[in-house]
Design a protein around this ligand. Structure first.
Ligand SMILES: [Mn+2]
Length: 359
């Protein structure tokens, strides 16, 4: 296994890369979507976006796909710093809102996704992570939930306020959409849209040498904002894989999200099975206390999840992908993101050393 960091768009700088190298990361997972774009003051760029009901920020330019030149220029910066670019995390709602919503631009947007997948393959980036979700990572709050009052993220109950038109996956793609709300999506509709996406994009991904890695729904509830969700129990990852057996159909295995799930298959058995099957492209590894809709994110060493045990399972199954800390509580100092992430990385490195010596 390998250790890395997920970098938000504004973190694609030599200083962030140096920080990553200095605390022992070797790999980078890159968010090309700027979630904070023109967003409200409630979302600081120094923390993960929490998302009020009006969304994180504005989606990108629908006509500007991720071009090879742009990808290669970012890649050079990453490699000059001594890191390896392992994955891109998340498609831009600007490029695929109608794939998620089954809207009039669906066909054209599936072609955009295929172009992006081909470009990513040509740039030599092996994985695209994504989250096939209408409501997205919505309904969370932040507060002094973690040890010593460190600010982290969690839920204080279900959130089912409807989504305004022009918004999907917590971002605004059409500021001039007519008043009203996105109609509720049923599970059947959502799985059909998802199958269409996989069946169109996976053959292209296979050819391009790119694996598409699915994040489970965070928070993992059957519905959020009136919208059905795909993976809110660990065994729904099985249904996701069975939807299309292509070897490029992979998982972005978010251990924290799986741990937030109140029922279903045992977390450790799920990670064991999917890693043995070679279905995990990369791992988000963070800790939590409680279950949805009342869980809270914690420091990596103090929550309900036995992170060392997860690391041991992955190592035993010869998982050779990247693990990133996903999120970390903000530590009270001048660099809350860096301090929280450095603590998480140190803990993951210690886990890695322990399991390496054991076997
Ligand atoms: Mn995650």
């Amino acid at each position: 296994m390998k250790l890395g960091f997920g970098f938000y768009r504004h973190m694609l700088t030599p200083a962030y890369y140096s920080f990553a190298r200095q605390v022992g990361a070797t790999h980078a997972v890159v968010h090309l979507v700027d979630y904070f774009n023109q967003g409200g003051a409630a979302n600081s760029r120094q923390d993960q976006p929490v998302g009020e009901l009006k969304g994180w920020g504005f989606a990108g330019n629908p006509d500007k796909l991720w071009e090879i030149d742009e990808l290669l220029s970012i890649k050079k910066g990453i490699e000059d710093a001594g890191l390896v670019w392992e994955a891109i995390e998340n498609f831009d709602p600007a490029h695929w809102h109608d794939v998620l919503l089954d809207g009039p631009q669906k066909k054209a947007q599936l072609e955009k996704l295929k172009t992006i997948i081909r470009n990513v393959g040509k740039a030599g980036i092996p994985i695209i992570g994504y989250n096939f979700s209408v409501a997205g990572v919505a309904g969370r709050v932040s507060g002094p939930f973690s040890r010593g009052g460190a600010v982290s993220v969690g839920m204080n109950g279900p959130v089912d306020d409807p989504i305004p038109n022009g918004m999907v996956w917590n971002m605004i793609y059409d500021a001039h959409a007519p008043a009203g709300f996105v109609p509720p999506t049923t599970p059947e509709q959502l799985w059909k849209r998802f199958a269409d996406f996989l069946n169109e994009c996976l053959p292209v991904a296979e050819k391009a040498g790119v694996r598409l890695a699915a994040h489970p729904d965070d928070p993992p509830l059957p519905t959020v904002r009136g919208q059905a969700r795909l993976v809110y129990r660990p065994e729904l990852y099985r249904k996701l894989i069975d939807t299309n057996p292509s070897p490029a159909n992979q998982l972005e295995c978010c251990v924290g999200t799986l741990g937030e799930m109140p029922e279903g298959e045992d977390l450790y058995e799920a990670v064991d099975r999917y890693s043995r099957e070679g279905r995990i492209a990369y791992v988000h590894l963070r800790n939590i206390k409680g279950k949805v809709p009342f869980y809270k994110e914690t420091h990596i060493d103090e929550g309900d999840i036995d992170v060392l045990r997860i690391t041991r399972i992955l190592h035993r199954n010869r998982f050779d992908g990247v693990i990133i800390p996903d999120h970390a509580p903000q530590l009270t100092c001048d660099a809350p993101w860096h301090a929280g992430m450095a603590f998480a990385m140190g803990y993951l490195r210690a886990c890695h050393q322990v399991v390496t010596e054991e076997f």
